[in-house]
Design a protein around this ligand. Structure first.
Ligand code: ADP
Ligand code: MG
Length: 681
């Protein structure tokens, strides 16, 4: 440890200001500095000849300085300096702006590496503001770091060099036999090579080792979580007939729903806790699986809780499920952050006494002071919105709790392995009958008025519609972005195209009570047209709403558009989704065409993953895992599989990582997933 734990301020050149800037990057110690990996590299390993250097692509040339020009003043007081460099193939004119210093550091007749984009004409090549490196650089891949204001790449590279020179001992969290069997470098070498790779191969080795380390740590973490859950006992429930539940439903369940319910209720009859993910496209009827579970627990005299990601959704679940549940003799409660203190107190009492059987709520459910009499089933709706930590916190409200999580976000398989590694999965691959697929169109604003006419025709028939905007309000600071903002737009519509209709407004900045009122007015049909932001994205269910119009559709990801579209097509009436966009980007057009072609969430997610890349597809909050430094769960597929194997190997020999040689691994796992640190009890 020693040198690694040294305060970053002990390095040369770090004063209070730089220390604070580094703190913003999460760097306090020498070790943390070394774990701040480069974002990319300047590749100096194979310089181009000037005459054949590609235009407009970053490249390096190796050349000697033959001429240094004087200062020229150009517009706006900008000073420009020129120099000419040469290699055997030709010459290149360099320009620098406002930076005489750079020019002065160059010596005549000496070779340097210049890195930048070549411009100009075929026989008059130029390079603007190149970066300059010594010609004999020992690090042909020069690191480019994630930065913050007050810390330049040069400064950061210098600090890293100092830190490496201290040869601090970094904790090795991969056990020796794993290093060996997967042919991985040790941590010290990998860290040195990620910062100052000697060649492309070393860089690849270093990356692979560090990606492996991260995925391995994660896989061990997920593995521990699973063991911990399996070690817990649950009170096995008695078999009970669910007939009364089925009889109380206004429809027949689909086979897929029925299977998921059977899976869940048989899990709940075992003495190990149920730990099940129900995955199904929007509108596939996941909620009924949850209610069935709650009813099954109720038959055994136990309580259930369901956590939803937004107040809106919690409230909607409550108002739609309460009548069904009360017919079944099951008392339902609603717990959200916006209850008054008195209401909360009353509800907490009812939960503690067991008077409420099924409590629906937001993350307010996991706050301190909420205690249940005998909580037996914990349900998380729209799982991807919650972290592992929140799910675990709710589980801890009961002694022997079964878990059901529900998600509409389809995720690639390897990712599922890692993310939901501790879960059993039921897939609902069937929509309720009599659903007509939503018809989707892409139009540009020239056709907006016609679209309004189309919406009015539907409103006149007693149906309802949504118009979704990307913004809540115009930002006065910014100039006109061309983006629709719900607040201004609703006025415009209510006084214009939809004068005489009831138009409502819904956005995330409204108070919870106001949102609820609007939502219940929309549910009851009092509001005909709802202008909203993406707050309606998750789970909102109003079957009488049949048109979803999305302004600036280019601003949304495909999976998000699919979620939004899922708000319609919930009844037997033909529904429509209108994507409004004036974007001329071919990529955008193609993405929106994809929406018009497909109604299949899995297919759309797959396409999204391929075209937009994993970074956009799965942001950190989408899967609730800790953010990873270097690994990418959806592209580093082979490593995901290897890391999982390695994790299983280690956990088989040391299931709770109590052996001393796994201390560093244990520490790394705890750092990565704080929740895993809690010991099973
Ligand atoms: P999601 O899977 O998106 O959470 P919901 O559970 O909100 O879907 O269900 C969507 C709508 O379909 C709700 O209005 C629900 O009452 C209805 N529904 C659920 N199951 C069936 C079924 N088997 N037959 C008809 N309608 C159903
Ligand atoms: Mg739902």
């Amino acid at each position: 440890m020693g040198a690694g734990q040294r305060d970053i301020r002990t390095l040369r050149g770090i004063g209070e200001q730089r220390a604070q800037a580094l703190e913003r990057l999460g760097i306090h110690t020498v070790e943390e500095l070394l774990l701040h990996y480069p974002r990319s590299y300047v590749d100096l390993s194979a310089p181009c000849e000037i005459a054949s250097a590609p235009f407009d692509e970053p490249c390096a040339v190796r050349a000697v300085v033959v001429k240094k020009g004087s200062e020229t003043r150009i517009r706006g007081g900008l000073r420009m300096y020129k120099a000419v460099v040469e290699d055997d193939s030709g010459s290149l004119e360099l320009t620098f702006f406002n930076n005489q210093f750079v020019l002065n550091t160059l010596s005549y007749g000496k070779p340097y590496l210049f890195y930048g984009r070549v411009g100009g004409a075929l026989h008059n090549r130029t390079m603007s503001a190149p970066q300059i490196y010594p010609a004999d650089t020992s690090t042909p891949f020069s690191a480019v770091y994630p930065l913050t204001s007050g810390i330049s790449n040069r400064v950061l590279s210098g600090l890293v060099a100092q830190a490496l020179a201290l040869t601090p001992e970094l904790p090795e969290c991969i056990p020796p036999q794993i290093l060996e069997s997967f042919h991985l470098d040790g941590i010290a070498r990998a860290v040195e090579m990620i910062h100052r790779p000697k060649d492309a191969e070393m860089l690849e080795r270093a990356k692979r080792r560090l990606i492996f380390e991260e995925l391995f740590t994660l896989a061990v973490g997920v593995g521990l979580l699973r063991t911990r859950i399996r070690q817990c006992s649950a009170a096995p429930m008695q078999p009970h007939s669910m007939q009364a539940f089925y009889d109380a439903l206004p429809f027949t369940l689909t086979d897929a729903q029925q299977r998921a319910i059977d899976d869940l209720t048989s899990d709940m009859q075992r003495s190990t806790p149920a730990n099940r993910l129900v995955q199904g496209d929007v509108g596939s009827g996941k909620t009924m699986v949850a209610v069935a579970g709650a009813y099954f627990a109720f038959l055994s005299g136990m309580q259930s809780a369901m956590m939803a990601p937004t107040e809106l959704l919690a409230h909607q679940h409550y108002s739609s499920l309460e009548p069904l549940c009360s017919r079944l003799g099951m008392r339902v409660g609603l717990l959200t952050g916006s209850l008054t203190a008195a209401q909360k107190r009353k509800l907490r009492e009812q939960l503690a006494s067991g008077e409420i059987h099924f409590c629906i709520g937001t993350h307010a459910l996991i706050s301190d002071g909420v205690a249940f009499q005998n909580l037996a089933l914990v349900i998380t709706d729209e799982q991807h919105r919650f972290g592992v930590a929140q799910r675990t916190a709710l589980q801890q409200k009961g002694a022997h709790v079964h878990t059901l999580v529900m998600s509409a976000t389809p995720i690639p398989r390897t990712l599922a392995l890692m993310v939901y590694g501790e879960l059993d999965v039921s897939i609902i691959d069937e929509l309720p009958p009599n659903r007509q697929p939503v018809k989707t169109y892409k139009i540009s604003s020239g056709k907006r008025e016609r679209a309004f006419g189309f919406i009015r025709q539907h409103l006149d028939r007693g149906l309802q519609a949504y118009i979704v905007c990307p913004l809540v309000e115009e930002d006065a600071e910014k100039e006109n972005t061309g983006l629709r903002a719900a607040v201004g737009y609703v006025e415009e519509l209510a006084n214009g195209a939809f004068a005489g209709y009831t138009v409502g407004l819904l956005h995330g900045k409204m108070k919870a009570v106001d949102k609820e009122r609007v939502m219940s007015d929309f549910s009851s049909g009092k509001i005909q047209l709802l202008v909203s932001t993406t707050v309606v994205e998750v789970g909102v269910d109003v079957p009488n709403a049949v048109i979803m119009m999305i302004e600036n559709a280019e601003r949304f990801g495909l999976s998000q558009l699919h979620q939004l579209r899922g708000r319609v097509g919930r009844g037997s009436e033909q529904s429509h989704c209108i994507l409004l966009s004036d974007s001329r980007s071919l990529d955008t057009l193609e993405r929106l065409q994809m929406m018009c072609r497909s109604n299949d969430g899995f297919q759309i997610a797959e396409y999204d993953l391929q075209t937009r890349g994993p970074g956009n597809f799965l942001g950190q909050q989408q899967h609730g895992l800790p953010s990873l430094r270097i690994a990418d769960l959806s592209t580093d597929t082979d490593t995901v599989i290897e890391a999982k194997q390695a994790a299983e190997q280690v956990l088989t020999s040391d299931p709770d990582l109590s052996q001393p040689q796994h201390a560093a691994l244990r520490a790394a796992v705890e750092r990565l997933m704080e929740v895993v640190g809690e010991r099973p009890n």
